[in-house]
Design a protein. Sequence first.
Length: 231
Amino acid sequence: MEMMPESMGYDRAIVVFSPDGRLFQVEYAREAVKRGATAVGVTYKDGLLFAVQRRESKLVRPGDKIFQIDKHMAAAASGLVADARILIDSARVKAQQNKLIYDEPISTTSLARFMADRQQLYTQYAGVSPYGVSFLVGGVNHKASLYETDPSGILLNCKARAIGKSAEKLNDFFEKEYKEGMSEKEAIQLALNGLKKDEKLNIKMVTIAAIDKQGYRELSQDDLKKMKLNI
C-alpha cells in the first residue's frame, strides 16, 4: 500500500489542524521567512538599531527591508516583501490614528501587538493564506523596545534578535555576546559581527537605521566610516 505524505489533506486549508496539532500552512509561511534576507535588531543604552544586508546587483536597486513607521518607530522585515509592505501600510495608518485620537505617539508594544494580531487573524479563516513575513518592530517611547512577530502571530519581547535565513545561528551568537548598556557604536559592531556569521560582509550593501530619543535616522556610509568599525 502506498504511503500518503504526512501533510496530505491537512495543508489544503489554513483552518485544518493535523492530528499532532500543526497548521501546515503556517509552517510553510515560516519557511518563506527562513529563505529571506537576514535582518537583525539590537537595543542599546540610548536606543536601538536595525541592520540588514541587501542583495547586490548592477541592474536592480535592492528593495527596502527597513521601514520607518513613525518618527520614533520602525520595523525590519524578512520573507515576502509584498506581504511586508501591506502590513507596514496598515501599521503606519494605526500609528497616525493613535496620534489623532490620543494626541500622543503610539507605544511600541501597542503597535507590535497590532501587527502580530493582523498576522494571527490570517491563520483563522478558510480562503486566505498567512502572511509569509516576520518583523522586528522597534521604537523609543520612554525607553527602547524591540519585538519579533512571525506568521503565526507570535509576539516576543527581545533585547537583540535576528530573523531570516540565518536567524538560529545569529540568535545563538547574540545570546552569548549581547551586553546591557552598550553604546551605539558597540551595538552596531555587534550587529555587524552577527551578519558576518551569515555570509561575507560587504559594508556598502548593509543598511543600518537607528532610533533614539531624537527619532529615526539611517546611517550613511560616511557615518559608519567615522566610527572606525571592525569590518
